[in-house]
Design a protein around this ligand. Structure first.
Ligand SMILES: *Cc1c(COP(=O)(O)O)cnc(C)c1O
Length: 240
């Protein structure tokens, strides 16, 4: 009882350091439980709507990778935290007039769903930064409100993007429709894993399967996620 109350309290006061400790324990436990190698699941902290000060707390607690959805919101944080050299991941819908600033300020883009965007990112990428890492976003639940390619379009797009200059295709990212049903969660994640495996059967050599968020990360790890993207469980509820 006391433990439950204190966990809820920590989330409320946004005890970021404690939340990260709990989360890393949860990821480790899931790796053990589902026969995944220790350290095979990376943690991407999603910091959208959160301040640079909050991100700095997460950096102090040892995190190095941060995801942002909105360019204009992200740029000041990227600037003010430069001395810590975190890696920045663009995870939101990407308009083509924003590709240059994304290519110049981010290390990864997880939300690619068009060849044109991948090409533009690659040609805008400053040489000295090395290739920009990309994942194709796959719309696994077929929700019209969500970006991403349909499942059948993922492999053809990957084959087109592969080898473009200035970029390195690393894998796929998916956001299934939210559900508390574990069987439903695992079914969607298994579909993403199948697509990922099919791509590698075609010799694409991908290493990143980004799936799982605060509410479904255990199911995602069970099905083979290599990168969970977690916001709420680290930083608390987002201010709308
Ligand atoms: C906001 C967001 C997340 C984090 O979601 P939480 O439920 O807060 O963990 C993960 N991935 C993407 C693409 C997001 O936009």
């Amino acid at each position: 009882m006391i433990i439950i109350i204190s966990l809820a309290y920590q989330n409320k006061v946004e005890n970021i350091e404690k939340n990260i400790e709990n989360l890393l324990g949860q990821i480790y436990a899931a790796e053990q439980k589902y026969g995944r190698k220790n350290g095979s699941v990376r943690l991407l902290a999603v910091s959208k709507t959160k301040s640079a000060t909050e991100v700095e707390k997460a950096i102090s607690a040892g995190l190095t990778d941060f995801g942002e959805n909105y360019l204009q919101e992200a740029l000041p944080k990227v600037e003010s935290l430069r001395r810590f050299q975190p890696s920045w991941y663009f995870i939101g819908p990407l308009q083509s007039n924003k590709t240059r600033q994304v290519a110049e300020n981010f290390d990864w883009v997880l939300s690619v769903d068009r060849k044109k965007t991948a090409k533009r990112l690659g040609s805008a990428r400053p040489r000295q930064l090395g290739p920009l890492n990309l994942c194709i976003q796959v719309n696994v639940s077929g929700e019209t409100s969500k970006s991403g390619v349909n499942m059948s379009e993922a492999l053809p797009l990957a084959l087109q993007i592969m080898g473009q200059p200035g970029i390195c295709l690393r894998g796929i990212m998916g956001i299934p429709a939210p559900t508390h049903e574990i069987t439903e969660q695992r079914k969607a994640f298994r579909q993403l894993k199948d697509i990922f495996d099919t791509m590698n059967d075609h010799g694409l050599g991908l290493d990143t399967l980004s799936m799982g968020m605060s509410n479904d990360l255990e199911s995602a790890i069970a099905e083979g996620s290599t990168m969970v993207r977690v916001g709420t469980a680290i930083f608390g509820q987002r201010n709308k």
